[in-house]
Design a protein around this ligand. Structure first.
Ligand SMILES: [Zn+2]
Ligand SMILES: [Zn+2]
Length: 132
């Protein structure tokens, strides 16, 4: 069994646990991730949706026909980006209990990145989504 991936929101009411290895770890620069988080990009660990247990006051917002954003109803922290049809969920780095256990493998949607950003990590970059 891999070590569970755990995390929670700012107020502590919403927590999660995923018993899974990450599928991928990416930084997304798309406009919807920016709007959803209020941050210049969204770094997230992706795991299978059916491996996560969420407890607390989660609310979902459909930011597109494919992606739902999950946030704490009480404090407003955005934790999740969920794709039900693909059975995957992204866990925001800021919500992880141990973010330093992970590091991103690539940048995606850099066509929409904020122009002041400079990457110093030599990771692959993709204009849009990463190839499967
Ligand atoms: Zn909260
Ligand atoms: Zn995005």
């Amino acid at each position: 069994m891999p070590q569970p991936i755990t995390g929670g929101c700012m107020c502590g009411a919403l927590t999660y646990r995923a018993d899974a290895e990450p599928i991928n770890v990416r930084v997304c620069h798309c406009m919807l991730c920016q709007k959803s988080t209020g941050a210049p990009f969204f770094a997230r660990v992706q795991v299978p949706l059916n491996t996560i247990q969420i407890s607390g006051p989660v609310r979902w917002f459909a930011s597109s026909t494919q992606v739902d954003r999950g946030f704490c109803e009480r404090c407003g922290s955005t934790l999740f980006s969920k794709r039900e049809r693909k059975n995957v969920i992204g866990l925001g780095f800021g919500s992880l209990d141990n973010p330093n256990n992970f590091s991103p493998q690539e940048h995606i949607w850099v066509s929409e990145q904020q122009t002041w950003l400079r990457f110093a990590d030599d990771l692959p970059i993709h204009t849009g989504s990463a190839p499967d």
